[in-house]
Design a protein around this ligand. Structure first.
Ligand code: KIV
Length: 271
């Protein structure tokens, strides 16, 4: 009879236990190439629905499809060994009913082998989070600036800057923590609000544009590498200018091909 083997990957409880011990580090990956490179460097990899914009060049995350999430998450899981892998549930795949949410989340977990799922979840959707957690699905709740609500918000706007908005973010945090979310992802949240939620929560908060008060940080990998396009959000720190490196290398290649200096003899067979 087969025995349960000890997982080599960082597990969700291990991630949760990092709160108060050390900062949690995360980046996004949608492809095998990036996933393999960042696997030894981060605690968890997020297969974000930002794939729709970064990977497919679409105007928002709303068009991300469940089958695309499954394909990209499988690529990341299959290319990594160490980091916990968390997949973003796409718009329309979990908001209709608890049953729809469970069916689609179960598909993503069972067909990809990822460790947990992230849902953009306000206080209303927290009951869905409770339904999923009770049925064995670990959920990271994304609150604050929720890109899947872009049409309701009328743009991508930082949250928690006014009294009413502060109250809403607090309620979303409390609702999801009470529902059993193992972590909160805070996007575009005012520093004092992020600080208060982090202090009040026994579960780790992961920030993106939500100040160093959070228990960990996540960024879109292409943004920190300088490959994210012309608009760089205020919360991004660019650690490299890979766009320029790629342009230079490809320009050199094009020149070599046009001049006939590539390929050389050493690149040829049977000469
Ligand atoms: O989709 C994504 O990449 C995300 C991050 C921006 C947190 O949700």
């Amino acid at each position: 009879m087969s025995m349960h083997t000890q997982p080599k990957r960082l597990t969700v409880p291990q991630l949760t236990a990092m709160k108060g011990q050390r900062k949690i580090v995360s980046l996004t990956a949608y492809s095998s190439t990036i996933a393999r490179l960042i696997d030894p460097l981060v605690d968890f990899i997020l297969v974000g629905d930002s794939t729709a914009m970064v990977g497919y060049g679409r105007p928002s995350t709303l068009s991300m499809q469940l089958e695309e999430t499954i394909a990209h998450t499988r690529a990341v899981v299959d290319s990594t060994q160490r980091a916990c892998v968390i997949a973003d549930m796409p718009f329309g795949s979990y908001q209709e009913s608890n049953e729809q949410a469970f069916r689609n989340c179960a598909q993503v977990l069972s067909r990809t082998g990822c460790d947990a799922l992230k849902l953009e979840s306000n206080a209303t959707l927290a009951s869905t989070v409770a339904f999923l957690v009770a049925r064995g699905i670990p959920v990271m709740a994304h609150i604050g600036l929720m890109p899947q609500f872009v049409n309701v918000m009328g743009g991508y706007k930082a949250q928690g800057l006014t009294g009413q908005s502060r109250q809403a973010v607090f309620e979303d945090a409390r609702g999801n923590l009470d529902a059993g979310a193992f972590s909160l992802l805070l996007e575009g949240v005012a520093e004092p609000v992020a600080r208060a939620i982090t202090a009040d929560s026994d579960k780790p908060t992961i920030g993106i544009g939500a100040s160093p008060a959070c228990d960990g940080q996540v960024l879109v990998t292409e943004d920190l590498l300088g490959m994210g396009g012309d608009h760089v959000p205020r919360f991004v720190k660019q650690y490299a200018d890979l766009a320029q490196v790629i342009r230079d290398a490809c320009t050199q290649y094009a020149e070599d091909v046009r001049r006939g200096t590539f390929p050389e003899a050493k690149h040829c067979y049977g000469g």
